[in-house]
Design a protein around this ligand. Structure first.
Ligand SMILES: *[C@@H]1O[C@H](CO)[C@@H](O)[C@H](O)[C@H]1NC(C)=O
Ligand SMILES: *[C@@H]1O[C@H](CO)[C@@H](O)[C@H](O)[C@H]1NC(C)=O
Ligand SMILES: *[C@@H]1O[C@H](CO)[C@@H](O)[C@H](O)[C@H]1NC(C)=O
Ligand SMILES: *[C@@H]1O[C@H](CO)[C@@H](O)[C@H](O)[C@H]1NC(C)=O
Ligand SMILES: *[C@@H]1O[C@H](CO)[C@@H](O)[C@H](O)[C@H]1NC(C)=O
Ligand SMILES: *[C@@H]1O[C@H](CO)[C@@H](O)[C@H](O)[C@H]1NC(C)=O
Ligand SMILES: *[C@@H]1O[C@H](CO)[C@@H](O)[C@H](O)[C@H]1NC(C)=O
Length: 820
């Protein structure tokens, strides 16, 4: 029996800090590393099948794999929702909750990228593109997909990548074979499912020769009632030679990328585009498109045969984020004895951060419950608020109390019960304590009350008080009993127990609450406000913003910063729809619900070095990608780090921009918010989003991308992408297949390292993995002159079946340490 494990690679780059030091001293840090998805060969060549991403024939009506995947997937989700969720459409299902709908769209976008990337990643495998009459292989590949998908069900990213490969082949069938010529725009139901119809034999001529090979050649196919596809040179296949002057031969794919079109039988059959020069069968492009969209839908949700049936509803919903907003309570029960001071501080900070982000938006919890417990039980008290600002005010005033009872345990059960009584059904309760429960005998009562309302009770336990007691009472006994009360409740109610240090409470909260109440804020802008600048800053606020949040660090009181509307009016925070808070961590936060769309002015009343972050809840969202251009002009996603001074394209998929929305400029900004370069954008409205793109030369410093445009009502907007792009001058290219690895067999992972800088450098290339499957050498050192490179290999040998193996290849600069 052969068992396979799945291989997945990453590249880790340590940036060329030495070069950066000259202009950016403050940038030097040992920790400037980033993990990036890897990198196959970056010498890109050809395009094939439908166009992957960009419309290379210049016709805006040409449909690419991106369009097909988006259309087919959205249709599938729509169908799923109609037949399983009792709603009439996707929009009904999400009912105005754009955030959750956008998260769904993000999944669709991830899938369409995976489909498009397959064209490049699998460029040398003919059957993936249904080329060279290898349609049987393509058919069997699609048949094997469902098992491959099941194997990846615990890693949604890998699942999407695999699904992308499967859909790529399914879609390519309609552009690259003669199916559409025979049957028009309908789906071939058996493809990838049951028995394939006849395919032309190897020695069988399939096309008429046509000397005019750069144009349309309708009716050139000569086989009847069987499938055939075109050959495509430099795509893992070579067209069988025919004598010059022969009138028939094998078909070609056709188009400028395919030199086989010049060999008998000349011309081609692809339906990739609407332009004859690119697609000899361009007249069938629309039919190929419709069939490919329908085939995409069928592969996902067709009754009886779709992926949905294989993976089940739960996974399908997780993959596409088919999830409706639930009105849930954000509930906390907090031990407020004096030892809890740090915990309470962390809770305060977190709650303020989260609420100022979401209050007034569809991401806001439906209501809030705060239960405070202590010893004696008469000190317990619980509150419920529907107004987020009221909750913030209450949390702001939380103080710990030294009780008159000097022992550790508190009346936690009473505190939990009080919270449950005030909470909505189906909501999570978080308990914060560092001690035992003094009323642990009420455990069953707590479990029953929680289960009656389907409330999960999770606890965050910090250790201070337990430790104090341990020394007095004998350690193991104490800690076991302290955990068991909370653990038993968690177990019986579907919650968790998180033991954490006080310093880590914020992070733990972020993970737990961020998951249940996602805030999905977008960044409007972020910048350093130095003392030498003017004391006014204009901020662009568009008409789509549900909550605007301005955070200032470096201020020392909330009155240090004021906000003025375009009409000159000062915001006074008295409307009940806005607030301004100075937090215990030294940050001033302004939060405003539904601000009028126009420029507002931020005024600094006390001059200090400030850092300003402006975020919002808004429907206009952006997904971004850096692309590089292949030799033939197709755009492929950048794998690994971008190289200084190379040319790249940034593509922004802007959604919910509205029919009249426009984008104008893309700027690259440095870590202080300074503009590094500014670029005109090109804009293309697509079915599901608007594409805004610009070409740029990679700067030598790290940068973010900022988009400027106008929303649907003509009001200016800005959006900044959170991701930082960091340049490097060393290029690491990994050359290995990510196909499944056979258990017990060695897989070589080749790489090429190139010095793309201007001086000689010494690099270390190393490999590591999460299953200790790496065999032999793990680090190799290279001294390379500018422009030079070298090749090497590492080996992995899987010894455990059915795992996803994460391999990390890293290149680091040897001299790094000398400069720190
Ligand atoms: C799906 O297939 C089942 C069994 O073949 C059938 O009962 C059901 O009506 C079909 N549903 C749809 C929507 O076609
Ligand atoms: C209980 O609550 C969880 C979390 O909100 C929810 O997913 C689940 O469907 C609920 N169960 C029932 C039976 O309502
Ligand atoms: C801010 O905007 C106002 C009016 O829109 C303009 O007069 C002023 O010059 C701008 N200020 C800055 C610092 O750009
Ligand atoms: C100025 O604009 C703000 C925000 O829209 C509004 O609340 C205020 O009433 C306006 N003031 C005047 C004088 O028009
Ligand atoms: C501003 O936002 C960035 C990125 O989201 C974050 O790392 C930083 O901590 C934020 N700064 C403040 C002052 O909130
Ligand atoms: C980048 O593009 C510019 C202008 O199109 C061109 O002159 C330059 O050679 C390109 N640089 C690289 C490294 O390809
Ligand atoms: C690495 O190997 C490839 C393929 O064998 C070759 O084309 C390339 O020139 C080599 N690179 C270096 C830097 O030796």
């Amino acid at each position: 029996m052969i068992t396979k494990s799945i291989l997945r690679y990453y590249v880790l780059c340590v940036y060329n800090l030495k070069k950066l030091k000259r202009s950016y001293d403050f940038y030097i840090s040992m920790n400037t590393v980033s993990i990036l998805m890897l990198t196959f060969s970056i010498c890109f060549e050809l395009s094939d099948g439908f166009f992957a991403r960009t419309i290379r024939d210049g016709n805006g009506m040409t449909k690419t794999h991106l369009d097909i995947t988006a259309a087919g997937t959205i249709k599938s989700i729509d169908k799923y929702i109609k037949s399983n969720k009792g709603f009439g459409s996707i929009d009904d299902f999400f009912s105005g909750d754009t955030n959750r709908k956008d998260t769904m769209m993000k999944k669709v976008f991830a899938l369409r990228k995976a489909v498009a990337d397959t064209q490049e990643n699998k460029k040398d495998i003919a059957y993936i593109h249904c080329h060279a009459d290898q349609i049987d292989l393509a058919h069997n590949f699609v048949k094997s997909c469902k098992q491959k998908l099941i194997a990846r069900k615990n890693d949604l990213d890998e699942f999407i990548t695999q699904l992308g490969e499967c859909l790529y082949t399914i879609q390519s069938f309609y552009s690259n074979t003669n199916w559409v010529e025979m049957y028009g725009g309908k789906v071939y139901e058996e493809f990838g499912i049951s028995t394939l119809m006849d395919v032309a034999a190897l020695e069988e001529d399939t096309c008429l020769d046509n000397a005019d090979y750069n144009s349309e050649c309708k009716n050139n196919i000569i086989v009847n009632g069987k499938l055939t596809s075109g050959y495509h040179h430099r795509r893992g296949n070579t067209k069988p030679a025919k004598a010059i002057g022969s009138s028939t031969g094998k078909c070609s794919h056709g188009g400028p990328d395919d030199d086989s079109r010049k060999l008998v039988a000349r011309c081609g059959i692809n339906k990739d585009s609407l332009t004859p020069e690119w697609s000899p069968h361009s007249h069938l492009h629309d039919q190929a498109y419709s069939a490919a969209v329908q085939a995409t839908e069928n592969f996902l949700v067709a009754n009886g045969t779709g992926v949905l049936k294989t993976i089940g509803s739960k996974l399908f919903e997780a993959i596409f984020h088919v999830e409706r907003r639930k009105d849930m309570t954000l509930a906390m029960a907090i031990d407020y004895t004096s030892s809890m001071a740090d915990d309470i501080d962390a809770v305060k900070q977190y709650v303020i951060k989260m609420l100022t982000n979401t209050v007034g938006s569809s991401n806001e919890p439906a209501d809030y419950v705060l239960s405070l417990f202590h010893d004696p039980v008469t000190w317990n008290v619980a509150f419920r608020y529907t107004d987020g600002y009221a909750m913030i005010n209450k949390v702001q005033t939380l103080e710990t109390e030294i009780g008159n009872n000097r022992d550790c345990p508190e009346f936690a059960a009473a505190g939990i019960l009080a919270a449950i009584a005030l909470m909505r059904d189906d909501s999570p309760l978080l308990v914060f304590t560092d001690a035992d429960s003094k009323d642990a005998d009420r455990r069953q009562e707590v479990i029953d009350a929680a289960n009656a309302k389907n409330i999960s009770v999770s606890s965050l336990i910090t250790s201070q008080c337990t430790r104090r007691k341990r020394s007095a009472l004998g350690r193991s006994e104490r800690s076991v009993s302290s955990l068991s009360f909370f653990q038993q409740i968690a177990k019986a109610t579907g919650g968790n127990v998180h033991e954490t240090d006080k310093e880590n409470i914020g992070n733990v909260l972020e993970t737990i609450i961020g998951e249940i109440f996602p805030s999905s804020e977008i960044i409007i802008d972020s910048f350093d406000w130095s003392v030498t600048e003017t004391n006014d800053k204009n901020i662009t606020v568009d008409g789509t913003i549900a909550v605007l949040k301005i955070s200032v660090t470096g201020s020392s009181a909330q009155t240090d910063v004021d906000l003025y509307y375009a009409n000159g009016t000062l915001e006074t925070y008295t409307s009940g729809k806005s607030t301004r808070i100075y937090t215990s961590s030294g940050e001033t936060i302004i939060s405003i619900q539904h601000p009028p769309g126009s420029v507002v002015k931020l005024k600094r009343n006390v001059i200090n070095e400030w850092k300003v972050n402006i975020t919002a809840q808004s429907s206009i969202k952006i997904d971004s990608e850096l692309l590089e251009k292949s030799d033939t002009g197709e755009m492929v996603s950048l794998k690994g780090s971008p190289i200084s001074d190379n040319n790249y394209t940034v593509e922004l998929s802007v959604y919910n921009l509205g029919p009249s929305g426009t984008c104008h400029k893309i700027k690259l900004t440095g870590i202080a918010g300074n503009v590094i370069s500014s670029h005109e954008t090109s804009q293309l409205r697509r079915d599901v989003d608007t594409l805004c793109a610009a070409d740029f030369k990679m700067p030598k410093v790290k940068f973010q991308v900022k988009l400027y445009g106008k929303d649907d009502s003509g009001i200016s907007f800005t959006r900044k992408l959170s991701e930082f792009h960091k340049p490097t001058s060393v290029e690491l290219t990994v050359k290995a297949s990510t196909d499944d690895v056979v258990l017990g067999k060695e897989r070589l992972i080749g790489y090429e390292v190139l010095n793309r800088g201007t001086v000689t450098e010494t690099y270390q290339v190393s490999i590591s993995d999460d299953h200790s499957f790496v065999k032999g050498t793990t680090t190799v050192q290279y001294t390379l002159r500018a422009g030079d490179g070298d090749n090497g290999t590492f080996a992995v040998k899987p010894t455990t079946p059915s795992v996803i193996l994460y391999v990390l290849l890293a290149v680091s600069l040897q001299q790094l340490l000398c400069y720190i």
